[in-house]
Design a protein around this ligand. Sequence first.
Ligand code: FES
Length: 100
Amino acid sequence: MLICHCNIITEKEIEQTIIGLLDEDPWQLIVPAKVYHAMRKRGRCCGCFPNVVETIIRVTENYHARSEGSGADHLDRVRGLRVQYGSRFHERRSADHRAA
Ligand code: FES
């Protein structure tokens, strides 16, 4: 599935890049700009960033769930922050306002 129409980046490419970053440092903070920088791309309209954030969360959760399970407390804290700060709205855009 195409996530970024400006740079023609698929969901699979983003997932592989995130896993590569997690292999380097499993506890680093990964944001869309870091993923795009690793792919030698950059955000143009940045309309894909909410989808990239959701992909980062999903891939990171799965990555740590597959590893030893020592990060369960950390993942619970991350989920709590996600509920607290939410990811449905980004710069006053609702979740349904996406080009993809
Ligand atoms: S859709 Fe990704 S930068 Fe525009």
